[in-house]
Every structure is written in structure tokens, then in C-alpha cells.
Write a protein that binds this ligand. Sequence first.
Ligand SMILES: [Zn+2]
Length: 396
Amino acid sequence: MCDAITQAVRHGVPRRTLLKAALGGAGAVAAGPALAGCAPDVTPAAASGAPPPADGARTQLVLLGTAGGPPAWPGSDRAGIASAVVMGDRYYVVDGGAGVLHQVRKARLGNWQSDTEGPLDALRAIFLTHLHSDHVVDVNNIMTAGLYNGLHRVDRKVQIWGPGNRGALPPLFGAPPAPEPVVPENPTPGTREMVDLLVRAFATDFNDRAFDNRKPVPAQLFEGLDVPLPAQVLADPNGTPHPRMSPIPFYEDDRVRVSVTLVQHAPVFPALAFRFDTDDGSIVFSGDTGPSENLIELAQGTDVLVHEVIAREWVESLLPQPRNDAQEGLFQHLINAHTVIEDVGPIAERAQAKTLVLSHLVPGNWPEEKWQAAQNGFSGTLVVGRDLDRIGVGSE
Ligand SMILES: [Zn+2]
């Protein structure tokens, strides 16, 4: 049995699916293209034991970073949460966690071999699921260092989409006193404002590059945009529980159509999930969320569901009883605003997803085999995500 099968089994791809694919049968979305010939594996992802490469597929999911949460996890080299949807010679980034710019180059996207003309030359847009720092911290690297990594070669402005300003602080968990709010005059800026504020913070750099190196200015390169949502679902700025809604398409170009729904990540609100549809199929990103009916509706019948996951066992060991207010607040957030391993499989099953990809792993340094428990309750293909994994969607 060739290496590709060994690697796929390590990632939880059911053997029945692999054997079917190896024999030329249908039904192996992740394993199909490479298994057809058991082709030699030359991508960095495959060399590290990832699922078989998706060579030839026009639409691909690329996991750029798979670690969840702000910790720089000891003993793990997973980059911060970020993914790419590749469609032909163009790609779209979902979330911009720590290391995203380096990961885009390692993933060989765009003109990745050029020192300065890529890999951002093929980037079309960025979609942020929510504004927790672990999802956005290196968007700034794309905006600033992007000037020397191909951003100036993009044929139109890169759009940076994400949630808008919720307009209110989250409720205080536990007994007063409340802390002093940070920037009380505007404590919860949304995506459009965040991009503008980052430009202001780095004005010295942008001006030096523009005046000394004659580089383009930010207004020529990118723009921040708030994902439009109906007023009625935003009426409660804390969105607890998150309002039920059906998916809304909000972005379309000649390659992809992107739809959005609200998910459960209280007290963060709005927190978004995205679905990308192309002529080849679909990829859904859960963002950070507890179990969400909105997400299950968004993901109905999808080819690939990229879902976050947290280990309850780890949370309980981190915050054992008895817990003070601060510890209880964090415990409740971790358990209710994320999805524990036991729930992920049944969610993917209800969504009738063909392939479930675990990403945003919390903790980011857990033994890989422990995540395999997510197969319980799910009859499709499970992939425990690794950085730089690629999964093809649709036929070649
Ligand atoms: Zn989050």
C-alpha cells in the first residue's frame, strides 16, 4: 500500500474510503487525486505527513495555520489560525493568525518563488471570522510587509471583510467592580475601523515606503469592509444566544461566491462563519463557535467543513474546581463558545458534510491521535488538520 494511504489513515480517513479510491471507486474527496496514481509526494505538507496533495484540483483548501487560541503552544510548531481557498491562479485567505504571511509562501501560493513579487500577488480578498487577536494579529503583516511580498502586484484592492462594530462592551462576568474599558470612546471597533486604525498606527512606515521607495499607499492596496448583516439579528449587541438566521451571500466575483451566518462565540459578537461556493464545490469555515444551528444550515451538503475544536479534558485540567470568577468566566467561555471533540462529529453528520477537517485545535500541542475521537458520530472522511495540508474539491 502506497505512502499516501498510510498518511491518510494517520489522519483518520476511513480505510473503506481509501480502498474504494485506490480501486477507482467514488467517494474519496480528500484522498482521491493522489491515490489515483500514488504520485510521489513533494509538497512540504505531504513531506510532514499530511493528507495526499490535491494536485490538479482547481478549487483547493489549504490549511495555513491550525493552532487555536492566543498561547504560543509549547512543543508545537503549528502556526496561528489561517486558511486559504485556492481557485485556479487566485486565492482567498480566511483569518490571519500568527505567521500567515510566511505560511502563504510555504504553501507555494501566488508567485511564491520571487523575493518581492509574490506570494500576495494572487491574493484577492481576506475574510475574518471575528476579531479575536489569534485570528487577526498578522493581517497587519499582510498590509505592511505585503508591500515587499507582492501586494503591490495585485490587480485591484484586496478587500478585508469581517464583522462590524458591535457597539457595546460585553457584560461583566462575576461581581463588580468592572475594569476600566480600553479606549472607552470606541471600545469595540469593527473590521473597517480596525484596518483604518492599523494604517494610522503604521503611518510612519507607510509614509517612509511611499516617499522614499515610491511604494503605493494603503488606499491603493486594500480596504476594510464590514460584512453586512440584517439589523434585526444585530439588535442585541451581545447576541446571546446568537440569533437564528439563514445564510446570506455577500461577496461574489468570477471565481467564488461567499455566504455568511452568525455563530455562537459569546461574548464575542458578531462572530461569523463563511461558505465558499465555486463551480467545483464548496468549503465551509465554522470560525470559532459552540454548536450552532446556523452553522449546520450554512454547511448543508458541503464538500469540506473546516471546524474548530477544543478538548474538554484539557480545559478541565487547566481550570480545576473550585474556580474563582475569573477562572469560571474563562471556563464557561472555553466550553460554551467552542465545540468539544464529542460534538464535532455529530455536527458534521447533521450538515451532511463529505469531509470534516479539524482546525483551530485547542490546545495546539495535544497528541494528534486524541483528535481522532471526532470521528465518532460522523460517517464521512475526517482529517485532523496540519499546517500546509491541501484538500482538493471537485474533479481535476
Ligand atoms: Zn475566538
